[in-house]
Write a protein that binds this ligand. Structure first.
Ligand code: UDP
Length: 335
């Protein structure tokens, strides 16, 4: 399965959670996703809509080889480390992989004449917002090395656009959640740190009680409020951004969220409704670096990319995650 040309897309990190969902949508829309992934966090089983090239974004010759073999027209870049807490204790790991790795990739794209690029960026680049919802004009002032590393890549993209006409789109996600509605793929991190899969583990009895990180925030129920956006809707946004670049978009950032905030306790209540099980809960300390409320204003993506999230109800989002969770548990028990 070797493609080349206008419908071939290089997808770094395409064996990971959001990357693999994007590959599925790319394939449905007639593209050939070529996954470039070192499988440090991704899974071979998740790369099933095109060829998998095992390689590291820090390895320029491996990148050149993949690009020369498949001649993609564009690159969607997901490969990155993304644990906020770990970025605080081991910043070097984040700056090396996320910043130096992305620089290596951008130079490889530039030198091989590929001029369309989409980055998996994050609302963590905004730091603690002075108001919500957050739009793209808000100042970016990250409060942890993870957010800082992504902001540095955004800056490199702006500079590569100005100097080399490498056109690009940073997509700033809020909280990705849920799984492919057909349950072919889903979230599977090791270690798992994200709220929704941990609450599902607690509900199914396969994990410990869920610890709520902070119950004294200035929110309605005292717990942190986040904007949960379905992973398939994020995936769709990447394909829309790619099409906008194909039609001449130059350099533009977009926030991606539902515009609706849910507290940690509301997420737990939703899991109880969806699973029909009681979730054991413990109140814990605040997690350093957690703003009280992060909610997206995604009007720009709606207007300019014609993006319209389809799975917006929290129970529905969690329902897709639960279906995937049960399927994975069955597969693991079968070995
Ligand atoms: N959270 C929690 N307990 C956990 C994991 C997360 O209370 O075991 C909270 C966390 O403080 C945040 C929200 O759940 O307010 C979402 O956290 P997650 O790590 O899923 O995503 P993040 O917001 O860090 O991208």
């Amino acid at each position: 399965m070797k493609g080349s040309g206008a419908n071939t897309i290089l997808v770094t990190g395409g064996a990971g959670y959001i990357g693999s969902h994007t590959c599925k949508i790319l394939a449905q829309q007639g593209y050939l996703p070529v996954v470039f992934d070192n499988l440090s966090a991704g899974h071979e089983w998740a790369a099933k809509w095109g060829p998998l090239e095992r390689g590291d974004i820090l390895d320029r010759s491996a990148l050149d080889r993949a690009i020369k073999t498949y001649r993609p027209s564009a690159c969607l870049h997901f490969a990155a480390f993304a644990y906020v807490g770990e970025s605080v204790t081991d910043p070097g790991r984040y700056y090396r992989n996320n910043v130096a790795g992305s620089l290596t990739l951008l130079e490889a794209l530039r030198d091989n004449g590929i001029d369309q690029f989409v980055l998996s960026s994050t609302c963590a680049t905004y730091g603690v917002p002075h108001r919500v919802p957050i739009d793209e004009a808000m100042p970016q002032a990250p409060i942890n090395p993870y957010g800082a590393s992504k902001l540095m890549v955004e800056r490199m993209m702006a500079d590569f656009y100005a100097a080399h006409a490498l056109r690009s789109v940073p997509l700033r996600y809020f909280n990705a959640a849920g799984a492919d509605p057909e349950a072919e793929i889903g979230e599977d991190h090791d270690p798992e740190t994200h709220l929704v899969p941990l609450v599902l583990d607690a509900a199914s009895g396969s994990g410990d009680a869920i610890t709520v990180f902070g119950t004294d925030y200035d929110t309605d129920d005292g717990t942190c409020v986040r904007d949960y956006i379905h992973v398939t809707d994020l995936a769709e946004a990447h394909v829309l951004a790619l099409k906008a670049l194909e039609q001449g978009l130059q350099h533009r950032a977009f926030n991606l969220g539902n515009g609706q905030g849910y507290s940690v306790r509301e997420v737990i209540a939703s899991v109880e409704r969806v699973t029909g099980r009681r979730v054991p809960v413990k109140a814990g300390e605040r997690r350093p670096g957690d703003p009280a409320r992060l909610v997206s204003d995604s009007a720009r993506a709606a207007k300019e990319l014609r993006w319209s999230p389809q799975i917006i109800d929290l129970d529905e989002i969690i329902g897709t995650a639960w279906a995937w969770h049960q399927r994975r548990a069955q597969e693991k028990s079968r070995g």
